[in-house]
Design a protein around this ligand. Structure first.
Ligand code: CU
Length: 114
Protein backbone atom coordinates (compact mmCIF):
# COMPACT_ATOMS: atom_id res chain seq x y z
CA UNK A 1 0.00 0.00 0.00
CA UNK A 2 2.78 2.37 0.87
CA UNK A 3 4.49 1.75 -2.45
CA UNK A 4 1.26 2.44 -4.33
CA UNK A 5 0.86 5.71 -2.49
CA UNK A 6 4.41 6.76 -3.25
CA UNK A 7 4.00 5.87 -6.91
CA UNK A 8 0.73 7.81 -7.15
CA UNK A 9 2.24 10.80 -5.43
CA UNK A 10 5.26 10.73 -7.70
CA UNK A 11 3.08 10.43 -10.80
CA UNK A 12 0.98 13.39 -9.69
CA UNK A 13 4.12 15.36 -9.06
CA UNK A 14 5.42 14.66 -12.55
CA UNK A 15 2.13 15.60 -14.16
CA UNK A 16 1.73 18.77 -12.11
CA UNK A 17 5.38 19.72 -12.17
CA UNK A 18 5.98 19.56 -15.89
CA UNK A 19 2.73 19.91 -17.80
CA UNK A 20 4.22 21.81 -20.73
CA UNK A 21 7.09 19.39 -21.24
CA UNK A 22 4.69 16.47 -21.13
CA UNK A 23 2.37 18.08 -23.65
CA UNK A 24 5.32 18.76 -25.94
CA UNK A 25 6.34 15.10 -25.79
CA UNK A 26 2.88 13.97 -26.73
CA UNK A 27 2.88 16.40 -29.63
CA UNK A 28 6.09 14.95 -30.97
CA UNK A 29 4.77 11.43 -30.63
CA UNK A 30 1.66 12.14 -32.66
CA UNK A 31 3.85 13.57 -35.42
CA UNK A 32 5.77 10.34 -35.72
CA UNK A 33 4.73 7.51 -37.97
CA UNK A 34 3.16 4.67 -36.07
CA UNK A 35 5.73 2.14 -37.22
CA UNK A 36 8.67 4.44 -36.51
CA UNK A 37 7.44 4.91 -32.99
CA UNK A 38 8.04 1.35 -31.80
CA UNK A 39 9.97 -0.34 -34.60
CA UNK A 40 13.39 -1.69 -33.85
CA UNK A 41 15.99 -3.92 -35.41
CA UNK A 42 17.90 -6.80 -33.89
CA UNK A 43 20.34 -9.50 -34.93
CA UNK A 44 20.55 -13.11 -33.88
CA UNK A 45 22.42 -16.33 -34.49
CA UNK A 46 20.68 -19.67 -34.60
CA UNK A 47 20.34 -23.12 -36.11
CA UNK A 48 17.56 -23.71 -38.61
CA UNK A 49 15.03 -26.23 -37.30
CA UNK A 50 12.44 -25.94 -40.06
CA UNK A 51 11.76 -23.96 -43.22
CA UNK A 52 8.40 -23.44 -44.89
CA UNK A 53 8.80 -21.48 -48.11
CA UNK A 54 5.06 -21.40 -48.86
CA UNK A 55 4.19 -20.03 -45.42
CA UNK A 56 7.27 -17.78 -45.48
CA UNK A 57 8.34 -19.05 -42.06
CA UNK A 58 11.55 -20.28 -40.54
CA UNK A 59 11.97 -21.99 -37.19
CA UNK A 60 15.21 -21.17 -35.44
CA UNK A 61 16.92 -22.37 -32.27
CA UNK A 62 18.46 -18.99 -31.61
CA UNK A 63 21.05 -17.77 -29.12
CA UNK A 64 20.17 -14.96 -26.68
CA UNK A 65 19.35 -11.68 -28.46
CA UNK A 66 20.57 -8.77 -26.36
CA UNK A 67 18.74 -6.06 -28.28
CA UNK A 68 15.42 -7.70 -27.43
CA UNK A 69 16.30 -9.06 -24.02
CA UNK A 70 15.47 -12.53 -25.28
CA UNK A 71 16.96 -15.69 -23.83
CA UNK A 72 17.97 -18.55 -26.11
CA UNK A 73 14.91 -20.37 -27.47
CA UNK A 74 13.47 -22.21 -30.41
CA UNK A 75 10.75 -20.30 -32.21
CA UNK A 76 9.20 -19.58 -35.56
CA UNK A 77 9.63 -16.34 -37.51
CA UNK A 78 7.93 -14.94 -40.56
CA UNK A 79 10.29 -13.71 -43.28
CA UNK A 80 9.53 -10.60 -45.33
CA UNK A 81 10.29 -12.43 -48.58
CA UNK A 82 10.39 -16.16 -49.32
CA UNK A 83 13.51 -15.54 -51.42
CA UNK A 84 15.38 -15.12 -48.13
CA UNK A 85 14.84 -18.81 -47.43
CA UNK A 86 16.37 -20.04 -50.67
CA UNK A 87 19.64 -21.91 -50.36
CA UNK A 88 19.24 -22.67 -46.68
CA UNK A 89 18.54 -26.03 -45.14
CA UNK A 90 17.61 -27.50 -41.78
CA UNK A 91 20.59 -27.90 -39.47
CA UNK A 92 22.49 -24.94 -40.91
CA UNK A 93 23.75 -22.21 -38.59
CA UNK A 94 22.78 -18.72 -39.69
CA UNK A 95 22.85 -15.14 -38.53
CA UNK A 96 19.60 -13.25 -39.10
CA UNK A 97 18.21 -9.74 -38.98
CA UNK A 98 14.92 -8.85 -37.34
CA UNK A 99 12.77 -5.78 -37.70
CA UNK A 100 9.46 -4.81 -36.17
CA UNK A 101 7.85 -4.25 -32.82
CA UNK A 102 6.81 -6.46 -29.94
CA UNK A 103 5.67 -9.88 -31.10
CA UNK A 104 5.40 -8.66 -34.71
CA UNK A 105 9.07 -9.07 -35.54
CA UNK A 106 9.87 -10.32 -39.02
CA UNK A 107 13.11 -11.65 -40.46
CA UNK A 108 14.56 -9.22 -43.00
CA UNK A 109 17.79 -11.05 -43.73
CA UNK A 110 19.42 -14.46 -43.32
CA UNK A 111 23.14 -15.10 -43.76
CA UNK A 112 25.29 -18.22 -43.42
CA UNK A 113 27.20 -18.27 -40.12
CA UNK A 114 30.24 -20.30 -39.14
CU1 CU B 1 12.98 -16.20 -29.58
Amino acid sequence: MKNNFVTAAFTSFVFLGAPSAFAADMGNMSNMGKSEQTEKTAHGIGVIKAIDVRQKTINLAHQPIKELNWPAMTMGFTVVDEKLLRGFKVGEQVSFDLKGSGAALVVTGIHPAK
